[in-house]
Design a protein around this ligand. Structure first.
Ligand SMILES: Nc1ncnc2c1ncn2[C@@H]1O[C@H](COP(=O)(O)OP(=O)(O)OP(=O)(O)O)[C@@H](O)[C@H]1O
Length: 240
C-alpha cells in the first residue's frame, strides 16, 4: 500500500527576507511537523506576518529555502485566513462555494462540503445572509469555513482574532481546536498569550526577524530559554 501523500513536514532553511534595504527576517530555520497547532508569537514588528506569508508562498524569500514534504501537492493543500478576511459581495454560502468551484468539484460535493463547513463554524442559520452584513466574528468564522471546506492539510491563520471580543475569540478558538483535532495542521500567529497557551502544541518565538526559540508549548511557557522570551512573557517591553 502506498503511504498517503503529505506536504508535511515543512522545512525552512536559512530564510532571509528583505524589503528594499530593510532586513525583515534573518536566517530563519525551522521544521514544522504534523500535530497540534504551531503558534508564532513575538513583539509587534517581529516579522510574524511576513514569515507566514513566505511560508504560504505569497512572498518570495530573498535567500534560503522552504521545502514541503510532497512539494508537487503543496500549493493545493494549504490555505490561509487573514486578519481581515476579504469576503465576496454574495451570501455566506456562496462565499464558501466559490473556491470549491475553482477546485473543480461536482455541484453535489460542493454543496455537501459547504454545508458541513458552515455547520462546523455555527453559521448554518446565516447561510443566505450577505457575507458583508455579518459581524466581525461571524465574518472570521465564515473565512474559516471557506478555508476548511477546501480540506487543506495545512491552514495558516494570521492573527485570526485580532479585532474580536472575548466571546467571538473563544468561538474561533473552538473552531481552530476542532480543525486541529480532525487532523488539519494549523500554523498561526497571535498577540494573545492566553490563546497561545490554549491552542499551541509548539511555539515559535520570533524577535527582530530571528527565531529565538522553537519549543513544545509547555516547555516554552514554563521555562523560556532566552532572556528576550522571558521578558516578553512577563509583558515587559523588549528592546529591538
Ligand atoms: N512589504 C513590506 N515592505 C517593507 N517593510 C515591510 C513590509 N512588510 C512588512 N514590513 C515590515 O517588516 C516588519 C515585520 O512586519 P510584520 O507585519 O511581519 O510584523 P508582525 O510580527 O506580524 O507584527 P504585528 O505583531 O505588529 O502584526 C515591520 O517592521 C513591517 O513594517
Amino acid at each position: 500500500m502506498r503511504a498517503p501523500v503529505t506536504i508535511l513536514p515543512l522545512r525552512v532553511d536559512g530564510l532571509d527576507f528583505s524589503a528594499g534595504a530593510t532586513r525583515i527576517l534573518t536566517d530563519v530555520t525551522l521544521s514544522v511537523a504534523a500535530g497540534p497547532p504551531t503558534v508564532i508569537i513575538g513583539p509587534n514588528g517581529a516579522g510574524k506576518s511576513v514569515l507566514l506569508r513566505l511560508l504560504h508562498g505569497l512572498l518570495a524569500p530573498t535567500d534560503g529555502r522552504i521545502r514541503w514534504g510532497d512539494s508537487a501537492e503543496a500549493t493545493q493543500r494549504q490555505a490561509m485566513v487573514f486578519q481581515r478576511p476579504v469576503l465576496l459581495r454574495r451570501s455566506a454560502l456562496a462565499n464558501v462555494l466559490y473556491p470549491l468551484r475553482l477546485a473543480g468539484l461536482s455541484a453535489a460535493e460542493r454543496r455537501r462540503r459547504a454545508e458541513n463547513a458552515l455547520a462546523l463554524v455555527g453559521l448554518s442559520a446565516l447561510a443566505d445572509r450577505p457575507a458583508r452584513q455579518l459581524s466581525g466574528g461571524e465574518q472570521q468564522r465564515l473565512a474559516l469555513a471557506r478555508a476548511a471546506a477546501t480540506r487543506p492539510e495545512v491552514l495558516f491563520l494570521d492573527e485570526p482574532c485580532a479585532s474580536l471580543d472575548p466571546g467571538a475569540t473563544r468561538a474561533v478558538e473552538e473552531i481552530v481546536a476542532r480543525l486541529a483535532a480532525a487532523g488539519t495542521k494549523i500554523i498561526m500567529t497571535t498577540h494573545d498569550l492566553g490563546q497561545a497557551r490554549r491552542l499551541a502544541g509548539d511555539v515559535v518565538f520570533l524577535h527582530a526577524g530571528r527565531v529565538l526559540e522553537h519549543a513544545p508549548a509547555e516547555c516554552f511557557f514554563a521555562h523560556p530559554e532566552t532572556e528576550q522570551a522571558a521578558v516578553f512573557l512577563r509583558g515587559d517591553l523588549l528592546p529591538h
